[in-house]
Design a protein around this ligand. Structure first.
Ligand SMILES: [Zn+2]
Length: 113
C-alpha cells in the first residue's frame, strides 16, 4: 500500500509528459519582420492569433514590416513634413487672398468705368 503511493507521487512530480503536452496544445508560428536597417526579427505567435502588420525592431527600435524589400520608413521626419505642409497651406491662403483682392479691384474698376 505505502509503496504504491510513493511511486504515484514521483510520477506527478517529474512530469516530462506534461511539458510536451503543453507544447502541442499551443502551436506557434515564427514570423519574419524587416526594419529599414535590414534587421530581421522573428517573434513567435500562436497559430490561431492574427499576426500584426508591423513589429518594432528589438535592435534599433524602428518599425519592421513583413516585406523584406519594402520595410516601413522610420516615422522620425513627420513633424518636419507637417510643419512644411502648414507653411505651404498658409502661403497658398495668402496667395488666394491676394488674387481675390485683385479680382475685386478689377471688378470695381470696371463698374466705375
Ligand atoms: Zn533594426
Amino acid at each position: 500500500m505505502a509503496g504504491g503511493n510513493a511511486i504515484r507521487g514521483t510520477r506527478v512530480g517529474a512530469g516530462p509528459m506534461g511539458e510536451s503536452e503543453r507544447g502541442e496544445s499551443a502551436p506557434r508560428q515564427r514570423v519574419s519582420y524587416w526594419c529599414a536597417n535590414g534587421h530581421e526579427s522573428r517573434p513567435a505567435f500562436a497559430l490561431d492569433a492574427e499576426r500584426p502588420e508591423s513589429w518594432d525592431c528589438p535592435r534599433c527600435g524602428l518599425p519592421g514590416g513583413l516585406d523584406e524589400q519594402a520595410p516601413p520608413k522610420a516615422p522620425r521626419n513627420e513633424p518636419y513634413k507637417t510643419h512644411l505642409a502648414y507653411v505651404k497651406e498658409r502661403r497658398s491662403d495668402e496667395d488666394g487672398e491676394a488674387i481675390l483682392a485683385e479680382a475685386l479691384a478689377k471688378l470695381r474698376a470696371k463698374r466705375e468705368l
